[in-house]
Ligand binder design. Sequence first.
Ligand SMILES: C[S@@+](CC[C@H](N)C(=O)[O-])C[C@H]1O[C@@H](n2cnc3c(N)ncnc32)[C@H](O)[C@@H]1O
Length: 232
Amino acid sequence: MKKLKRVLKVTEDGSHTFYMPDLDEHYHSTHGAIQESMHIFLNAGFHFTQQDTIHILEIGFGTGLNCFLTVTEAEKQNRKVIYHSIELYPLEKELVQNLNYANQTDKEFSTIFQKLHSCKWNEDVQINENFTLRKLQGDLIDFQFPSKYDLIYFDAFAPDVQPNLWSQDIFEKIYQATNSKAILTTYCTKGIVKRALRAAGFKVKRLPGPPGKREMLRATRINDFEPTGDQS
Ligand SMILES: C[S@@+](CC[C@H](N)C(=O)[O-])C[C@H]1O[C@@H](n2cnc3c(N)ncnc32)[C@H](O)[C@@H]1O
């Protein structure tokens, strides 16, 4: 996947995404990348939580869009965020610098977007007073999470493209790395994903999706869950 071609596209809300022709897969919804990210990860995830200091794990740093929107929302709410994001195939600098996510925002935030990408991997970086980022370069399949999290942004490529990332094993690993009452949000509502999440110890709720998508999922950790075996 590392060497695969990525083509810059404008989505329906004017924000960019990348398209990978070899996989016929986009990084975001073509109906609106910012719109989708705000709906699924910020409104159904970040804004649904209440911790003054929140530990977030993102699966798939990609363009940094979810991370960037979380920085801006954390500033508005004056909340502290410790943000870990795992990525196996970081985007090349030349691709990142064409992305238009920071164009509509204050200069302060446009500098921050570049900083999210230029900062070092695998170490804590203070992005601003409220936001600490650690980009983790590695493979979700065999990764040992260094912390416990309150909120998971599960933003892997679709199960048709990467079925091994949406398995019960992966969700069990994530369950082990979550705090009491943690939640996970994702765009994918496939039956196989819901079953794998339930079998791993999450209560799954369908919510209205962003424009162009009927539904999305929010899963809540069931504390003291006793696994009953493979149900996927
Ligand atoms: C749907 S895109 C992520 C979009 C990203 N959250 C954003 O806002 O741009 C999925 C991401 O998962 C990454 N990825 C694919 N396989 C992975 C793996 N095994 N471990 C970690 N990340 C992976 C891809 O490189 C890609 O950046």
